[in-house]
Design a protein around this ligand. Structure first.
Ligand code: ADP
Ligand code: MG
Length: 248
């Protein structure tokens, strides 16, 4: 379980303070596919980066399985991050490495044997439907295939949680659907908890069991997806649903 308690993040840029997150309280249960939705600039990426402490909260706590990880440093932090996979909008693959080498990269760092890495890499490529692309390079793959490689890489260390920051935002709608199906399969079959950051309500509708709506650095609405989408209360949720005209 991931708990964020009264989390805030303020950036200071050229002497000016900018609040990206304020008073965030959030509980993500094991097995959830938890959506965090909001418009551009709402604070979504900052929030997801606070979960694995790529970003240090200014105040508040991140509690994972009952342990306050906010004070973690060094080896503890590396251990935490190994347990949390991450997937980005722009895939973040190494162009000079093959697909298999990209997937096994986290195991390289961990110091696994070559045989162990390859076996795990091939198993993961099989899982994401890219067994035949092991020796290809990222540039030779479509966007959807590249995102599958990135998902396979995020799974390499057997994480319990995967954070997806706009993972389908660069993909067309059919490819988006197939990537979302893969994420749902990973959640169901491997029991991996998935946090989905998006600005697209359709993504939440398709795979998230719970959702939190972020607007102006705060969570303005949250709950079971079905409840929030059928009876949205906040203006921004209605806008994201298309129930309110954008220029109204
Ligand atoms: P979202 O992902 O919802 O688009 P972000 O979390 O990226 O939003 O950004 C939230 C706010 O914090 C924005 O106003 C953004 O400009 C600001 N911000 C994000 N990262 C930084 C940073 N490293 N330094 C200064 N301001 C930042
Ligand atoms: Mg973002």
């Amino acid at each position: 379980m991931i708990e964020l308690r009264n989390l805030s993040k303020t950036y200071t840029e050229r002497g000016r303070e900018h609040t990206a997150l304020e008073g965030i309280d959030l509980t993500i249960d094991d097995g959830d596919i938890f959506g965090i939705i909001g418009m551009s600039g709402a604070g979504k990426s900052t929030l997801v980066r606070c979960i694995n402490l790529l970003e240090r909260p200014t105040s508040g706590t991140v509690i994972i399985d009952g342990v306050d990880v906010t004070a973690f440093s060094g080896a503890q932090l590396s251990g935490l991050r190994a347990d949390i996979g991450m997937v980005f909008q722009d895939f973040n693959l190494f162009s000079q490495r093959t697909v298999l080498e990209n997937v096994t990269f986290p195991l390289d760092i961990r110091g696994d044997t070559r045989e162990g890495r390859e076996a795990r890499g091939r198993e993961l490529l099989d899982l994401v439907g890219l067994s035949d692309k092991a020796s290809s390079y990222p540039a030779q793959l479509s966007g959807g295939q590249q995102q599958r490689v990135s998902i396979a890489r995020a799974l390499a260390n057997h994480p319990r949680v995967i954070l997806c920051d706009e993972a389908t935002s660069a993909l067309d709608s059919m490819t988006t659907n197939s990537v979302l199906k893969l994420l749902r399969q990973i959640n169901r079959d491997l029991g991996v908890t998935i946090v989905v950051i998006t600005h697209e309500i359709g993504v939440v509708e398709k795979i998230c069991n719970k959702v939190a709506v972020l607007d102006g650095s705060r969570i303005v609405e949250h709950g079971a997806t079905s409840a929030v989408l059928t009876a949205p209360e906040h203006e921004v949720t209605k806008r994201l649903l298309g129930a309110v005209r954008w220029d109204a």
